[in-house]
Design a protein. Structure first.
Length: 189
């Protein structure tokens, strides 16, 4: 995993309208792939998973994983992921086996959280395929996402988070579409 990049020029703000536009476009993009369920990584991916799953007419599930223990701005990536095994066991037990799954989150910083969640899904649920989609991708990440909305090189403030206490805040550029890496659909991450 690579390190996240912070230019320390600003804190990006994702507006609620752009969040909703991105969520709807993710659902539209993934509809043809027919995932059996959408998994959101708590906390940032929960609302995204709910919206995408509702639009697709499939169940949403929450996987609890934490990379940064403190909640402050620009916390260093440790590479250590804390998985809530008790909660995740129950959530994953409800998923259909051998079906395609969609994993969503608010941001891919280093990729360590997504890597841990995809590994857990692969060993516990054995999905036929896993796709990963996030709202923002840090430019320092080399994690092989399927799609994302924005490339960022600074911290991002999302609509569900408390207001940052300091720093220059700028609104992310208007949402124009999802970026995608090129790979065959529904391959394992």
């Amino acid at each position: 995993m690579t390190n996240r990049i912070f230019e320390n020029r600003r804190i990006w703000r994702l507006t609620r309208d752009d969040f909703l536009a991105a969520a709807c476009l993710i659902a539209d993009q993934e509809a043809e792939r027919a995932p059996a369920a959408v998994l959101g990584i708590a906390r940032g991916g929960v609302r995204l998973a709910e919206i995408v799953a509702e639009r697709l007419g499939v169940p949403a599930a929450v996987v609890r994983a934490r990379h940064n223990e403190p909640e402050g701005i620009q916390q260093a990536a440790t590479g250590r992921i804390l998985l809530d095994h008790e909660h995740n066991h129950d959530a994953l037990a409800a998923l259909p086996a051998s079906c395609p799954l969609l994993v969503v989150d608010d941001i891919c910083g280093s990729g360590a959280t997504l890597h841990a969640v995809v590994d857990t899904l692969t060993t516990t649920v054995s999905p036929s395929a896993i796709r990963t989609v996030v709202l923002c991708r840090n430019e320092g990440s080399d994690y092989p996402l399927d799609s994302w909305g924005w490339d960022v090189a600074d911290w991002v403030h999302f609509p569900w988070e408390p207001e940052p206490e300091c720093g220059r805040i700028e609104v992310l550029p208007p949402f124009t579409g999802l970026r995608s890496r090129i790979r065959p659909p529904w391959t394992r991450g």
